[in-house]
Ligand binder design. Structure first.
Ligand code: SF4
Length: 249
């Protein structure tokens, strides 16, 4: 059994507790217009951008990479995070990899858009100690417009994860002209409160992916958009705090 992996990032400090290894799975059912990992979406990487080509890897090969940093996980309370792209697209592999991590006493997390059937979602999340659950938009029509898919299956899976008492952190990419108004912040708060999620990471829009679009010869509709910085989100963050959320930027 093999999976298509486009990156393995060591010593990550932002994708769950402690020091982590993050495994990036290729493929995603969403097409967010601001995606910073367009290499996860393309089927054929041009010859001029071979650094973005995926690798086909077995569970044993990935575990070997992961276990090289065992001492760091143990020391810091860290572990492994599966990200992407969308990890749920390679669900059998992801579930087995997470199970193997648990057997090795590693903390397990997935970063996911949550866009999958409930069966697939539950199969993978059963082995995850933490869900970093992306939330792009609270409004179904805008979600469809900016990502290409409805948010309804995502919200369904989110509710299901809450009722299974999963540890969940909602991750909101704050994107100019998409979801960055103070009204947007209030609407996110009211939806998340209804669902029962009280911890949020705000991810200010950045331009780290811009070069990749050029190298991959892809159109990028956010090309001329300025990046946001934490200081741009002071009032936005305050709305979450005043609604009782634990927030990190
Ligand atoms: S869900 Fe993530 S990987 Fe998929 S298109 Fe959106 S930003 Fe890119």
């Amino acid at each position: 059994m093999k999976a298509n992996i486009f990156n393995i990032q060591k010593f990550s400090l932002h994708d769950g507790p402690g020091i982590r290894t993050v495994i990036f799975f290729k493929g995603c059912p969403l097409h967010c217009q601001w995606c910073a990992n367009p290499e996860s979406l393309v089927l054929h990487v041009p010859k001029t951008a071979l650094e973005y080509k995926e690798k086909s890897m077995s569970i044993e090969e990935i575990m070997e990479e992961i276990m090289k940093d065992w001492d760091f996980y143990e020391e810091s309370g860290g572990g492994v995070t599966l990200s992407g792209g969308e990890v749920l697209m390679q669900s059998d592999f992801a579930a087995k990899l997470l199970a193997q991590c648990r057997q090795n006493r590693l903390h397990t997390a997935i970063e996911t858009s949550g866009y999958a059937s409930p069966k697939i979602f539950q199969k993978v999340t059963a082995y995850a100690d933490l869900l970093l659950f992306d939330m792009k938009h609270y409004d179904e029509k805008k979600h469809l417009h900016y990502t290409g898919v409805s948010n309804q299956p995502i919200l369904q899976n989110m509710k299901c994860a809450v009722s299974s008492h999963k540890k969940i952190i909602a991750r909101i990419p704050v994107i100019p002209c998409v979801n960055n108004s103070l009204e947007d912040a209030s609407a996110f708060c009211s939806l998340l409160n209804k669902i029962g999620i009280h911890e949020v990471n705000l991810l200010p829009f950045h331009q780290f992916g811009q070069n990749k679009y050029e190298k991959l010869h892809l159109d990028y509709s956010f090309k001329d958009q300025k990046a946001l910085h934490p200081e741009d989100l002071i009032e936005y963050t305050e709305i979450f705090r005043s609604n009782g959320f634990h927030v990190k930027i």
